[in-house]
Design a protein around this ligand. Structure first.
Ligand code: ZN
Length: 130
């Protein structure tokens, strides 16, 4: 679901269901199997940043909605009280976050190696036939 082939109309892309539209700009930005989508570390990092931008826009929209409600209807929120538990959760789950990043990268590495091996075998078969 978060692999390098989000740069084409792939199974990974289709697994996003209705949310797959967020990957359309990504597909247009990166050529298939380019080092920016399939490169070690950089591919995963760029996908995380890309998804982070989308999540950031959603969170910003939620904050603006809450702010508008706060201004218009007098609903007030305790921002400090809301953010403090989130900061505690982030510090509590650092190892799990690291494991998640490692898992994403290992999945991407295995995919890229598989792509490379597949291409190598195809070209080798062509040479043997000719
Ligand atoms: Zn691929």
């Amino acid at each position: 679901m978060f692999g390098p082939d989000l740069d084409i109309y792939s199974v990974q892309y289709q697994r996003w269901g209705g949310l797959k539209v967020i990957w359309l700009p990504y597909r247009r930005m990166f050529r298939h199997r380019s080092c920016l989508s399939h490169g070690l570390i950089i591919g995963t990092l760029l996908r995380l940043v890309y998804l982070g931008v989308w999540l950031g826009m959603v969170i910003l929209g939620m904050i603006l909605t809450i702010w508008v409600l706060d201004q218009g209807w007098g609903i007030s929120l305790d921002w400090q009280g809301q953010l403090q538990p989130l900061q505690q959760q982030v510090s509590l789950y650092q190892q799990e976050g690291l494991a998640l990043l490692l898992g994403l990268e290992l999945g991407a590495i295995s995919h890229t190696l598989s792509d490379g091996l597949g291409s190598f075998l195809k070209s080798t078969r062509k040479r043997w036939r000719n």
